[in-house]
Ligand binder design. Sequence first.
Ligand code: AAL
Length: 401
Amino acid sequence: MKIKILLVSFCLIMVSCNTKEKITGQKVKDMEITDEQQDYLGITDKAHLSAASKRALNWPKEATNDWYFEYQIQDLKGDLAYEEGVVRRDPSGIIKHDGKYYTWYTKSTGPTQGFVGDIEKVKVFPWDRCDIWYATSKDGITWKEEGVAVKRGEKGSYDDRSVFTVEIMENEGMYYLCYQTVKSPYNKRVKNQVGLAWSTSPNGPWTKSKEPILSPADNGVWIGDDLQDRFSVAKKGDFDSHKVHDPCIIPFKGKFYLYYKGEQMGEQFTFGGRQIRHGVAIADNPKGPYVKSLYNPISNSGHEICVWKYNGGIASLITTDGPERNTVQWSPDGINFEVRGAVKDAPHAIGLNRTADNEKEPTEILRWGLTHEYKNSDYQYIRRFTTINKKQHGSFTEGAK
Ligand code: AAL
């Protein structure tokens, strides 16, 4: 009997350890610390570990932090330089083909009118009534606009109003563009989805998916039928019950991880910021079906998705919203992320240089890339950022003893 009880409790402990490990992704095995660790970290009492001490025990024991960086922004030349009356924003990652860099982006013309008058006639956001365009460059500074890559769909299709905020993925000789879609009428309660297009060449032609590859969770409940009131809800639903945004597919561990930003019906301010979270959906094939992870959301901060592979895991730059904004995070499994470094304000809507040698440094992929900036509320344009890797920072003075 005693043995049976012992066996059962052993199994229960094993199961709970495993579950905990999976859920937190942390080294939860034990917090037994050596005398050396206690002394190194200056911990008062081994039996009384604060949350900070527990985190400190999991940090690499190095004097430098390879995840720190500082950045600068420059103007682009050629067709991507600022152009009056034109919106160019949300650049994709950059790939190289036949000696030229390629990027894709959201493009529209004319000012934003907002949610006024006849919604079928106005432009409600700068990213409304857009198509996806692309440009090439020999040096990453002077760009030539090549034309439209993916157009809005025919009237009545899921992408008939706007296609925007695109990302590129290259896999086994095929090119995939994933992007946001909106179907008319573009009212404030409209659900945003994600579409996919593929081609054997970055110059197209592109074949579009007949149906969206990702949609918002269908478990929120609006109150009333005012289509311009997105805050009145009886139930908010999942973190992505309203919009799935900023898609980015990364081939990872033999599967395809589609990272995205979720917006929730009845969005609130939480933890002192907009309620913006990230999720992931995983597929066996680039074209899907994509299944949302049960662990979503996988971040409680951030805005546009900016993820890359590093050291067998996935790194993520968390910008703009939430308590963990302006941090770089890393996860061994693409799901459980932990903060690796803080950033002094990060560029927005980053298009990563996917030609970089990711493994050279954790943030090597950020040495240069594209971002967008608001000239004003009507017009945004694409710019270039460069970063330097800064391995230490603090209040110390150079040479101080
Ligand atoms: C961006 C992105 C998405 C939103 C809009 C255009 O910052 O998060 O793309 O829909 O703003």
